[in-house]
Design a protein around this ligand. Structure first.
Ligand code: PGA
Length: 271
């Protein structure tokens, strides 16, 4: 695993994962304009260590033009799809299949994002089936977990995280030993798109809990290789607070990732 060095020269413990979730925003031309601006910033700025993984989750219809641009420009950004169906093909009007997402250029898939869980009523079983479908069909899943405001007020944060993580990984269909690493984002629902971000300390505790759960389910070595991110109203002005926490490897950024300058500043804060 490549070693990331901080600006101070001290080694960073793990790889970094900085991802933008664009949700239902940006058409093709705006998406390409973003990539052009980001490429210029990356070329003109400091060298970004290879161990800083950069990813974007655009609308599915924009993956093909973005992947073409990434191939020709060489900008080191992974693309992901925001939602997939479990079945590889069939009569599921409006859904995206994993093989087609891969063919389009997606390497990652969001699974269990709070907007899917709460607006589209995806329950733990569906999330776990989608996670398994990703593994079986060859795209890397990024599992999102997190409590609602009501659950938080009732003191249920840890229970919710535990339930959401174990419903995916306790399933005997997900063979943890076969996974090189696991990508999870802790995103408290009340912090998403609200400007009310979790404190760095609370985010650290929840990410540590997730790593402990992974360790219990898949062993300490898998847990140590896994990348656990925080998401919820992250911007360049608070990103460092999270990334300087031992247990937080990365960030999943919604609103602030729509602006290339802001996304670039967050990337620069990651090493
Ligand atoms: P936000 O969204 O950064 O706009 O709060 C985060 C997310 O939904 O992943």
């Amino acid at each position: 695993m490549p070693e990331v060095r901080e600006r101070s020269g001290a080694p960073v413990r793990r790889e970094r994962f900085i991802a933008g979730n664009w949700k239902m925003n940006k058409g093709a031309s705006e998406s390409l304009e973003f990539l052009r601006k980001l490429s210029v910033l990356l070329e003109q700025g400091e060298d970004i260590p290879d161990a800083v993984n950069m990813a974007l989750f655009p609308q599915a219809v924009n993956i093909i033009p973005m992947a073409d641009h990434i191939r020709s420009s060489g900008v080191n950004v992974l693309l992901g799809i925001q939602n997939i169906h479990c079945k590889p093909s069939g009569a599921f009007t409006g859904e995206n299949s994993i093989p087609c997402a891969i063919e389009a250029g997606a390497k990652l898939a969001l699974v269990g994002h709070s907007e899917r869980r709460h607006i589209f009523r995806e329950d733990d079983l569906l999330v776990s089936n989608k996670y398994l479908a990703c593994l079986e069909q060859g795209i890397e899943p990024l599992l999102c977990v997190g409590e609602t405001e009501e659950e938080r007020n009732r003191g249920l944060t840890k229970d919710v995280i535990e339930r959401q993580v174990s419903s995916v990984f306790s399933s005997d269909r997900v063979i943890m030993a076969e996974q090189e690493r696991i990508l999870i984002a802790y995103e408290p629902v009340w912090a998403i798109g609200t400007g009310m971000n979790a404190t760095a300390g609370d985010a650290r505790e929840c990410c540590a809990l997730i790593r402990d759960l992974l360790s219990g389910l898949g062993g300490p070595s898998l847990a140590a290789r896994s990348l656990i991110s925080y998401g919820g109203s992250v911007k360049s002005s608070n990103s460092e607070d999270y990334l300087e926490q031992e247990e937080i490897d990365g960030l999943l950024i919604g609103g602030a990732s729509l602006d290339p300058d802001e996304f670039y500043r967050i990337i620069c804060n990651a090493f």
